[in-house]
Every structure is written in structure tokens, then in C-alpha cells.
Design a protein around this ligand. Structure first.
Ligand code: X8Z
Ligand code: ZN
Length: 561
């Protein structure tokens, strides 16, 4: 285990991974945009082989644990050990069994449908209904039926945890949760304290928001549906998972504050379609001096739900060849949430493109929360003035200062409401992976956490015959969730820094850096670093600080508080 051997090991690993990942990505793309027996078959085999290769490379990297190495090689060796989300043991057939389970979970989620008002309805339509339907009996039915889809996942999930935990232990981690938490350039327990610190900074805002929303729901629905105290009924919050409450805006406008425009109405009136929404999002990035998306993006992306086959509708952004084959897969609907989501997805694509020239192991976000924050930071710049610039709003419709708390309330219903939801998702999984939550308490523990952090309660009785965590994409598909919590904090740090660079002097939430090429160049410089340096270096490059900090978010929302 010499430095020379480590260097040779890293070079071979990067070459192997680069070649494999293009193949894996193309198989995964086909599955994601056309789910059937054969694409499931292909995905299983591809995932099994991918896991075997990555476990082999990670375990081989362990050989250099105690070798003194140049910092660049050390970083890559460490990244190799962490490059798996779900490891498998190196025993015969383990990776294949894991892949069979994860594919089944994925397909169950993405092909799920419920019987509703005499039709088979898929999740993308149910999500829209949760945001628009106001009859509590219908909301309860949609919510309960969708959660039925997840019940059969329980056994697979239980087995999956056992296999992946064994895989993590074989690689020298206590369990999978510890492995996920080790991905932040600091020891796992220190990262957990960082999360506690950030939540502590923002929790007072959440408590105020929760109280306001509960009061209005009580006034709207009455005591029998939503009592004036205690937890909020989860299906009344305008979203299947109670993670984004902004569809409740009309009910939540602060007393005395002026009403504002409704973005969904603006998009609909202007006849926007999925391509136009995507072109508009792209135009924000190009206004910052970034290059337009390649022609192949438009030829190969999936921007609407195909009518003739099953697909994974949950939005994602892809980089298939570590070069220019960038794509988005999203079942775009013409509404405010999807308008924000398409900006989010293009953020991933612009980050992927910016770090394309880094060595393979550095072709990644500074940490996963950075990756999630890019596009959301851009979307924070969708201000009334910006909407006027792009012709979606008339100048005379710009909300006056007396509408500021309305504008901020709409943002809070999205950004503040989300924070405890995001925590719950991984609190549950960390405790499942470390054994504090056993399979016989999967659902009970889920609702204990949901009540403790979010202050919400299910609309119908839940038992251990249910498996409600599986009704959320990232749990059925094993995508760690801490990244989004961190992203919601970071995106306000990016935004505040960008507005400072632009010399903005008004209220923070009215700032847009649309068209500002200096800000664009500095932002791209951070993105170009990829994962080549510990994340505080990347954060410092753009914001001047080396810490994640809820202060920027708190200052943004201060007038509303
Ligand atoms: O999953 C996503 C993106 C793809 S990375 C659409 N988000 C989280 C979610 O939907 O739960 C964005 C916000 C949070
Ligand atoms: Zn994302």
C-alpha cells in the first residue's frame, strides 16, 4: 500500500467507472422512460453489476486507509469508499438480490395507480388534485388510497435494509445511515450536530407558520375536520406529503396584506406548454452568461407524461456521457410548482456541465445539498420584476410593498414548511438503519417523527399493515433526503451572496440577478470546482463563508416573522 500503488489504483478505478457509468445511465434512462418487463430485467442486471463493481472498488480502496497520501489521492480514495448509496455484501448473489428488490420497489412506486371517481389515476394527477381539491372527504380518500400503494413494499424494504447494512459493515461503516452521513467532509456525528444547529436556527419560524396555517385551516374547515390546537391533518396541507404548502396560499394571506398574482394563472393565460416552461428556465441560465442547452437536450428529454406506457414521473436531470448528453425527465404540468421544478432540474444539468472537465470522481456536487440548491437558488430570482421582464406579468400588476408579506408567505409555505419534513425523512431512515426502529414499528415510528417534527397527523388510522414511508419517492427509490434540507438552507446563502454581489439594496426577496453576467461567472466558477475540494472551499468561493448557516434564510423571512 504505497502512494504509487494508490495513485495507480485511483486511475484504474476512474477509468473503469467512467466507462461503466455511461452504460448504466443509458440502461437506467430506458427504464425510467419506459417501464416494462424487459427494462426491469435490464435494470436489475445493470444495477447488480454496478453494485458489485463499486463494492469491489470501495473495498480495495480500504487497503490505503493508513497510507500517507498526497491530498488529491487521499480525497479520491475516500470518495471511492463512499460512492455507493446501497452497498451489498461481496457474497455470491447478494448484489443481484438487492437489485431485484430495489427494482421491484421502484416499479411499484412509479406504476402505482388508485381507483378514484371511476377512473385509474396516477400520482402526477393525484399530486395536482391534492393542491386544488378542497373537499376534505375527497382529500382523505386520495391520500388514503395513495398510501395503500406502498403497503406491499414493507417486506422488500425490510430485507433490503438487512442486505445493505451488511454491505455497509463489510466496508467498515456501522450501518448505511452512517455511510450516508459520512459524505460531508467531516465525521458523521459532527454532521448530525450541524443539522441540529441549522434546524435550531429555523425552527422558531416553522412554529409560527404552523400555528398560522392551523388557525386558517380551522377557520375554513371547522373543529370537526381541523381542531384549533394539536397537530394538523396531513391531507389538508395541499400536498400529498405535506412537504410544500404553497397551494394553500389563497387561504393563508396575512390579514391586511395585499393579494398578489397567481403564477399558475399567469402561465395558463399566456398559453405556456412544457417546452415553453423549459425554454424560459433555460433563458435564465443563459442570461447569466451560461451556454444554451445542446440540441440533443431537446431531442432526447422527456418533458411530458407519455400516454401509452409507464414511466418514472418523478422529475430528474441526467448527464448520460459526462459530456454534452444532458437531459431532463419530468411530467410537466402547467403550474407554479412545476415551473419551479424545471428551474431546479436545469440547475442539476448546468452543474453537471460545469464540472464536466474534472476527473471522474470529482464530477459531482461539492456535497449533495449543493447539487439540489443550484436550480432552487435560480428560482428564488423569479420576482415580480423578473416576470415583467419576460412578459408574464404587466408592469401595472407588480405587487406594491403592502403585498410583501403575501409574497413572503407564499415562499414560507414552500421553503419553511419543507424543513421539518426533510428532517423526518432521514431521521426515520437513520434510525431504521441503526436498528433503533425495528420492522414491527416502521409505521408507528414514522408517524411519531412526523408528529414530533412537522406537527402533523394522518387523516385515517394507521397500523403496521401499512408502510407509509414507501408512499414517498425517495424512500421507495433509496434517494437520501438530507441533501434537500441542506439545499433549502444553502440556496438562501447563495441568493443573499448573489444579491450582494449585484449591489442590491431593497428587501432581499425582491432581488433578481437575471441578466447579471458577473454573478453568473462567479457562480459558474464555484460549479466548475465540482467535488474537487472539500465543500467549505466551494461555499467560500461564492459566498465568502465556510459554514452552512440558516441566517440568510432567517433574514429573508424576517419581515414575515
Ligand atoms: O426530488 C426532488 C426533485 C428532484 S431531485 C424534483 N425534490 C424533492 C422532492 O420532490 O421531494 C425537489 C424538492 C424536494
Ligand atoms: Zn434535484
Amino acid at each position: 500500500a504505497t502512494p504509487e500503488a494508490a495513485q495507480a489504483y485511483v486511475e484504474a478505478a476512474e477509468a473503469e467507472l467512467a466507462e461503466r457509468s455511461e452504460y448504466e445511465a443509458r440502461v437506467a434512462w430506458i427504464y425510467n422512460t419506459y417501464i416494462n418487463f424487459d427494462t426491469e430485467w435490464l435494470l436489475q442486471r445493470s444495477d447488480a453489476a454496478a453494485t458489485e463493481a463499486r463494492v469491489r472498488l470501495a473495498s480495495g480502496a480500504g487497503r490505503f486507509a493508513d497510507t500517507e497520501l498526497p491530498s488529491d489521492i487521499r480525497r479520491k480514495i475516500d470518495l471511492l469508499r463512499l460512492s455507493l448509496v446501497l452497498p451489498a455484501p461481496q457474497t455470491e448473489g447478494a448484489a443481484a438480490q438487492l437489485a431485484e428488490i430495489t427494482t421491484r420497489l421502484a416499479s411499484r412506486y412509479s406504476t402505482g395507480r388508485i381507483d378514484y371517481q371511476g377512473r385509474q389515476v396516477a400520482l402526477d394527477e393525484l399530486e395536482t388534485l391534492m393542491g386544488t381539491e378542497r373537499n376534505p372527504r375527497n382529500l382523505q380518500e386520495i391520500w388514503t388510497e395513495w398510501h395503500e400503494v406502498a403497503a406491499p413494499m414493507r417486506e422488500d424494504y425490510t430485507r433490503m435494509v438487512e442486505i445493505a447494512n451488511q454491505g455497509a459493515r463489510d466496508l467498515g461503516f456501522e450501518n448505511v445511515g452512517q455511510m450516508w452521513l459520512s459524505n460531508y467532509d467531516m465525521p458523521a456525528d459532527q454532521m448530525e450536530s450541524e443539522v441540529e444547529r441549522l434546524w435550531g436556527q429555523l425552527q422558531p419560524f416553522y412554529e409560527q407558520l404552523h400555528c398560522h396555517v392551523r388557525t386558517r385551516l380551522n377557520a375554513t374547515y371547522g373543529d370537526a375536520v381541523q381542531p384549533a390546537d394539536g397537530p394538523i391533518r396531513a391531507d389538508l396541507l395541499g400536498n400529498m406529503w405535506a412537504q410544500d404548502w404553497s397551494t394553500l396560499m389563497p387561504m393563508m394571506r396575512p390579514r391586511g396584506a395585499r393579494a398578489t398574482y397567481d403564477t399558475t394563472t399567469l402561465l395558463t393565460r399566456a398559453n405556456y406548454d412544457a417546452v415553453r416552461m423549459t425554454r424560459t428556465a433555460e433563458a435564465f441560465y443563459t442570461s447569466l452568461g451560461l451556454a444554451p442547452l445542446p440540441d440533443t437536450f431537446w431531442e432526447r428529454s422527456m418533458l411530458t407524461r407519455p400516454q401509452d406506457r409507464d414511466v418514472v414521473c418523478h422529475a430528474s436531470a441526467w448527464d448520460l456521457d459526462s459530456r454534452e448528453d444532458l437531459r431532463v425527465k419530468q411530467c410537466i404540468q402547467i403550474n407554479a410548482e412545476h415551473f419551479q421544478t424545471i428551474h431546479h432540474e436545469l440547475g442539476h444539468n448546468y452543474y453537471q456541465r460545469a464540472y464536466m472537465d474534472q476527473p471522474y470522481l470529482y464530477q459531482n456536487g461539492a456535497h449533495d445539498g449543493f447539487h439540489e440548491a443550484i436550480g432552487d437558488f435560480i428560482a428564488l430570482n423569479i420576482t415580480p420584476e423578473y416576470l415583467v421582464e419576460i412578459g408574464l406579468l404587466r408592469r401595472s400588476q407588480i405587487p406594491p410593498a403592502s403585498a410583501d408579506t403575501s409574497l413572503l408567505m407564499e415562499q414560507a409555505l414552500n421553503k419553511i414548511a419543507f424543513l421539518p419534513f426533510a428532517l423526518t425523512m432521514d431521521q426515520w431512515r437513520w434510525q431504521v438503519f441503526d436498528g433503533r426502529i425495528t420492522p414491527d414499528r416502521y409505521n408507528a415510528a414514522w408517524w411519531e417523527l412526523r408528529e414530533r417534527y412537522q406537527g402533523i397527523t394522518p387523516p385515517t388510522a394507521r397500523t403496521e399493515a401499512h408502510f407509509d414511508p414507501g408512499a414517498k419517492y425517495h424512500i421507495a427509490n433509496n434517494v437520501p433526503y438530507l441533501r434537500y434540507f441542506l439545499s433549502y438552507v444553502l440556496q438562501f446563502q447563495f441568493y443573499e451572496a448573489a444579491c450582494q454581489q449585484a449591489g442590491w439594496e431593497g428587501p432581499l426577496h425582491r432581488c433578481t440577478v437575471y441578466g447579471n453576467r458577473e454573478v453568473g461567472a462567479r457562480f459558474n466558477a464555484m460549479m466548475e470546482m465540482g467535488a474537487s475540494r472539500p465543500w467549505p472551499d466551494a461555499l467560500e468561493a461564492f459566498t465568502g463563508t465556510r459554514q452552512m448557516d440558516g441566517g440568510a434564510m432567517a433574514r429573508y423571512f424576517q419581515p414575515l416573522m
